[in-house]
Design a protein around this ligand. Structure first.
Ligand code: RB5
Length: 148
């Protein structure tokens, strides 16, 4: 199950990606928003990311105007590794090396054609493991630090 969500700035791009997921028969859950009415991307990120850390959804696709605000918010949730991408190389290597579980895209940055390539790359690339595992563990250790 793939979680998908946007604020108003990413709403139209999210609609296009939902059409793609439907056409490919990929199961998804839409965590909002449900119109172009203004809303706050941290609220959208939190609800969606909870479904990933609880294991209800395997990965998430998040959209805002730039992809940046929603990725900053998503990365505050323990267990989330969100990557804001607008090129295929980054979308591929954030899976291979960072085991990213959330892809963030900017509805005002990328068009639907590139967005679909980014989503396909992200969903179909496996984490490489190996030397990258200890680095992911160090990210988790930072999350667990109470007093920096
Ligand atoms: C909303 O106007 C916009 O600020 C938001 O979608 C996003 O781009 C923030 O990073």
């Amino acid at each position: 199950m793939i979680a998908i969500a946007s604020d108003h700035g990413g709403y139209e791009l999210k609609r296009g990606v939902i059409d793609y997921l439907k056409a490919k028969g990929i199961e998804y859950k839409d965590f909002g928003c449900y119109s172009t009415n203004s809303c706050d991307y941290p609220d959208i990120a939190l609800g969606t990311c909870k479904s990933v850390v609880k294991g209800e959804c395997e990965k998430a696709l998040l959209f805002c105007g730039t992809g940046i605000g929603i990725s900053i918010a998503a990365n505050k949730v323990a267990g989330i590794r969100a990557a804001c991408c607008s090129d295929i190389f980054s979308a591929k290597f954030t899976r291979l090396h960072n085991d990213a579980n959330v892809l963030c895209l900017g509805g005002r940055v990328v068009g639907i054609g590139l967005a679909l390539e980014l989503v396909e790359t992200f969903l179909n690339t496996e984490f490489e493991g190996g030397r990258h595992i200890k680095r992911i563990e160090k990210i988790t250790a930072i999350e667990n630090m109470q007093n920096l």
